[in-house]
Design a binder for this molecule. Structure first.
Ligand SMILES: [Zn+2]
Ligand SMILES: [Zn+2]
Length: 400
């Protein structure tokens, strides 16, 4: 299979000088940031204080907005956040049923936990993160994209994830970041309702530009008139139908394999991921504190960190990911297991993924090896200093 490597082919004329190109790229970045600054519906408490510093809302303000944003009776345009939380609580219902019924057993509990953490986690990285948001690879055709999209129980609507995640990368850990960890755990946990829904006052041009961010995902986006009505890119009828068909198919498959006991256990334990994933954005950026480690976290523009648990269960080596956001792999070092990458690479070998971007060599060349060399040099210098220190007293001993 052909692999699209990291090098980007420039279509610019040779006569464009480097400083000019840099200025143009900076302007493009500013225009892009300005656009992304518009695409999410701002919370009523705002993102920043008058002096531009982060506004940290109280728990009361966060809960109050959360209740408002889920109220579909007050405004039907709240339907998407409402649907996502209904899905999470439906899974919680499966959980209660499982642990209180005769179907419960510890082996099924742990099997369901593995499905929840590894299968849902890795699938989220493969489809929602690396494909839908960052378009790090391409499928052979629409069929295999559809298969991949439905390879696990549907928990998060694509739109909620994708648009806000572009904003996150654009202004990580700054006011306006939908899950800014410095504003606290609750701010991030309820972000999908409070900070991640798309803006409702976009012009048709802005809407078209936002819709383009979703065009490859398989989600059929609304017309501008439908967007004005429903306040979203996806249509409620299609989205709810997708949830029902996806859940029915997966319950049926697990039922055929292991009866109600297995199907119930899988759906029940999926609730752990449905709620747990909402804590990742806070923890993945150190909970708002600088937890970056030299020699581990090479990206220094924000607080993203590489963590063992999300790395191992879902391939989310988040610091590496911020270093190369549009790469299909984020586990670069031998100990950084990346199941999502293994899946993408396997599908590439099977011919189902046509191309991908891989930055491992770039990472090793520009970040890891220079760090190791500097470390080695430092060790040699220390050893040499110690040797000189030991040798000096002998050399200066007075002769007998
Ligand atoms: Zn991040
Ligand atoms: Zn990302």
């Amino acid at each position: 299979m052909e692999v699209v490597e990291q090098a980007r082919v420039s279509t610019r004329s040779e006569s464009v000088t480097k400083p000019q190109a840099t200025r143009e790229s900076a302007c493009l970045e500013i225009r892009n940031a300005a656009f992304l600054g518009r695409v999410l519906e701002p919370p009523k408490y705002g993102y920043a204080n008058a002096d531009g510093t982060l506004y940290k809302p109280s728990r009361k303000e966060i809960f109050s907005l959360f209740a408002e944003r889920l109220n579909v009776f007050a405004d039907k345009r709240n339907w998407l956040a409402f649907t996502a939380w209904v899905a999470a609580f439906a899974l919680a219902g499966f959980f209660i049923r499982f642990v209180t019924s005769h179907y419960f057993s510890w082996p099924l509990f742990f099997l369901g936990l593995v499905y929840s953490m590894v299968c849902l986690g890795t699938h989220g990285t493969i489809f929602l993160h690396r494909y839908s948001t960052h378009h790090a690879y391409n499928f052979k055709n629409e069929f295999w994209k559809g298969v991949c999209r439905n390879l696990s129980i549907k928990v998060i609507p694509e739109e909620i994830y994708v648009i806000s995640h572009h904003v996150h990368h654009s202004i990580s850990d700054k006011p306006g970041d939908p899950y800014n960890p410095e504003a606290g755990w609750l701010y991030c946990f309820l972000a999908d309702a409070n900070h991640q829904p798309v803006a409702r006052d976009l012009t048709e041009t802005e809407y078209t530009r936002m819709a383009a961010l979703m065009k490859h995902t398989g989600v059929k986006v609304n017309t501008y008139a439908q967007y004005k009505r429903w306040g979203s890119l996806c249509h409620p009828l299609r989205t709810v139908t997708h949830y029902i068909l996806n859940w029915a198919a997966w319950y049926g498959i697990f039922f055929l394999i292991g009866g109600h006991a297995l199907a119930l256990a899988i759906f029940a334990m999926s609730a752990i991921w449905a709620f747990g994933v909402r804590t990742f954005n806070f923890d993945g950026h150190g909970g708002g504190r600088d937890k970056r480690t030299d020699g581990v976290d090479f990206h220094r523009k924000d607080l993203a960190i590489n963590q063992i648990w999300p790395g191992y269960v879902a391939g989310e080596w988040h610091n590496n990911h911020h270093l190369y956001p549009n790469g299909a792999r984020s586990g670069f070092l031998p100990h950084q297991l990346d199941l999502a990458w293994i899946f993408i690479r396997s599908w590439n070998r099977l011919g189902l993924v046509s191309n991908y971007r891989d930055y491992k060599e770039d990472f090793l060349e520009k970040h890891y090896r220079p760090y190791q060399q500097a470390l080695q040099l430092q060790r040699l210098e220390v050893a040499a200093t110690l040797k000189v220190g030991k040798a000096t007293p002998l050399a200066t001993q007075p002769p007998n």
